[in-house]
Design a protein around this ligand. Structure first.
Ligand code: SF4
Length: 345
């Protein structure tokens, strides 16, 4: 157990609801003399998690579920909830309602799911997520790859995993997994969507795991969540983006933190401030670091935060991906206060 955490009734109440898991490696990255250490903030529970302001399903995941464990929100993409387990339970997780807690939403009938994908030719890619898909047994990962790589209309397969960031030994020490990924990369392109949020996570071990995945033929892309007290500073965010492109990872999204219960008031950065931070961080990058988008995933789709309008507090948004086709590419504006952190109407 982390030395700063004293088990008392309050902490037990948090852990009953939202479990804790911090791999030894990730724990070692914390500067124990710094109470505001960013790795600590992302991994160690806080009493603020008992603040229920917000929602447990901020992007309509329940409505998008077509078979238990399979979501179909955008016509070309399906999302699979393959497990409820993660190596590290991020305190800001938007699936806090289920990770480490319940298997109620997890895919069970894989044959039915593979049939659904086979029968929907508009689907061109599958995101195997969770929980953390690299926490699945290697044999289970093979089952996904074998079945999905045989579906002609899929262009590629993606794994959503933070394992390279929080538990790189899972990759470094599993030659069977690396061989498997290499084999299936020749049949269908495999991508990894990972999530580095701070440069302190880029270490010799995490770089080694990334390099092994790249050598196996995988393309690694990064989604960062903008988090108060972690990376809400242009220099910190800029350094992260620069360090990612240095090791061959394309940072393609900065996500606005969602208004999740137990997360919202602890981690969200207001949109107007967030936009300034992302723009300044972008100005510190070369070409590859600049190609990212600042987005938020709400019930209507993936909305890009494009820039400021001519009026005070006016923000311009664009549907990068829309649930309803008629919204695709639509641009709209909202007048925001300094405190507004979300748009969902
Ligand atoms: S690894 Fe992903 S799913 Fe798991 S707790 Fe972190 S953000 Fe949530």
């Amino acid at each position: 157990m982390f030395p700063d955490i004293k088990i008392n009734n309050e902490i037990e109440e948090i852990l009953d609801k939202y479990p804790i898991s911090i791999p030894q490696y990730y724990l070692s990255l914390i500067d124990k003399s710094d109470p505001n250490d960013p790795i600590r903030r992302m991994s160690v529970p806080s009493f603020s998690e008992m603040d229920l302001d917000g929602s447990f399903d901020t992007s309509g995941e329940n409505d998008n579920t077509v078979i238990k464990g399979l979501q179909h929100k955008y016509s070309q993409t399906v999302l699979l909830l393959s497990t409820h387990c993660c190596a590290m339970y991020c305190r800001y997780c938007f699936r806090k309602r289920m990770v480490g807690a319940t298997t109620d939403e997890i895919a069970i009938d894989l044959d039915k799911i593979f049939d659904y994908i086979r029968n929907h030719e508009e689907i061109s890619n599958v995101l195997i997520s969770g929980g953390d898909s690299f926490m699945l047994e290697t044999d289970t990962i093979e089952k996904y790859l074998k079945n999905l790589s045989e579906i002609e209309h899929l262009d590629y397969i993606r794994f959503g995993t933070k394992v390279p960031v929080v538990f790189p030994d899972r990759i470094i020490n599993d030659t069977q997994l690396l061989e498997l990924l290499k084999k299936y990369c020749t049949k269908k392109q495999i991508y990894i969507s990972t999530q580095f949020n701070h440069s302190n996570e880029i270490t010799p071990q995490s770089i080694k795991a990334i390099k092994l995945l790249q050598q196996a033929g995988l393309i690694i892309k990064n989604q960062t969540v903008l988090l108060k007290g972690v990376n809400d500073n242009p220099e910190v965010l800029g350094a992260l983006l620069k360090n990612l492109t240095k090791i061959g990872i394309v940072p393609y999204y900065i996500f606005q933190c969602r208004p999740v219960s137990g997360v919202k008031n602890q981690f969200q950065v207001p949109l107007l401030k967030g936009y300034e931070i992302v723009e300044k961080a972008k100005s510190l990058q070369n070409g590859n670091g600049k190609c990212l988008r600042f987005v938020m995933s709400n019930t209507k789709g993936k909305v890009e935060i494009i820039g400021k309008g001519s009026k005070d507090g006016e923000m311009i948004f664009k549907f990068h991906q829309a649930k309803n086709k008629e919204n695709q590419g639509r641009i709209f504006t909202r007048l925001l206060s300094e405190k507004d952190c979300w748009v969902d109407d």
